[in-house]
Design a protein around this ligand. Structure first.
Ligand code: G3P
Length: 217
């Protein structure tokens, strides 16, 4: 499973990059607004820090304008992945940009039928939003499972990018369901390492080691 980091905060990305856990980054207009940064500047900076795909989202809603914006975003860096909303115009733009040879991430996916359309439009990634479905009392994980089944039935190459991840359980369940990627908020990624027994065990090891009076260096 690939881990993308879901943020536009460059400092958080720089801090996590050395872990080798950052296979890519996803941004969206809300995350860009939250960063307070110039869109193209912060995307360029992220693309220079992270080798993998960096999703940058168009803001037009009509296909011709989406294609124009997508081509402009693709010029920022070779690893820009153009993010498009799952609307009819977004799918038209996706097909055109994929035919141009660009990576695309079709986002705001909330149904298996939407994901089927994105795969038929040649999307590189599909972003089903787990947390926002859960917020409505709908099982977001069921959507990941449905998409996995449909994509496997027809050997679609579109990668399932589990998004709107709010908990470490979302990561585990997405991996169990066969999602190709999880895009994870930085705080949730760090929480993945946490387990009380690990902390307890390490404390005990170090306490016993201290008694030996030895040091490795
Ligand atoms: O990548 C999509 C993600 O940023 C949305 O997350 O928590 O706003 O639903 P959330």
């Amino acid at each position: 499973m690939k881990f993308f980091i879901d943020t536009a905060e460059i400092d958080e990305i720089r801090a996590l990059a050395p872990s080798g856990l950052v296979d890519g980054v996803t941004t969206n207009p809300s995350l860009i607004a939250k960063s307070g940064r110039d869109f193209k500047e912060v995307v360029a900076e992220i693309c220079a820090v992270v080798e993998g795909p960096v999703s940058a989202e168009v803001t037009a809603i009509e296909s011709k304008a989406m294609i124009k914006e997508g081509r402009a975003l693709a010029k920022i860096a070779d690893n820009v992945c153009i993010k498009l909303p799952l609307t009819f115009d977004g799918l038209v733009a996706c097909r055109a940009l994929v035919d141009d040879g660009h990576q695309t991430n079709v986002t705001l996916c909330f149904s298996a039928n939407q994901a089927l359309l994105a795969a038929k439009a040649g999307a590189t990634y599909i972003s089903p939003f787990i947390g926002r479905l859960d917020d409505m009392g709908i099982d977001g994980m069921e959507l990941i499972e449905e998409i996995r089944t449909i994509y496997d039935n027809y050997m679609f190459e579109t990668q399932i990018l589990a998004a709107s991840i709010r908990t470490v359980n979302h990561v585990k369940l997405s991996a169990l369901a066969g999602a190709d990627v999880a895009t994870i908020p930085p705080a949730t990624l760090k929480t993945l390492t946490k387990h009380p027994l690990t902390d307890k065990g390490l404390e005990a090891f170090l306490k016993d080691w201290e008694k030996t009076g030895q040091s490795i260096l």
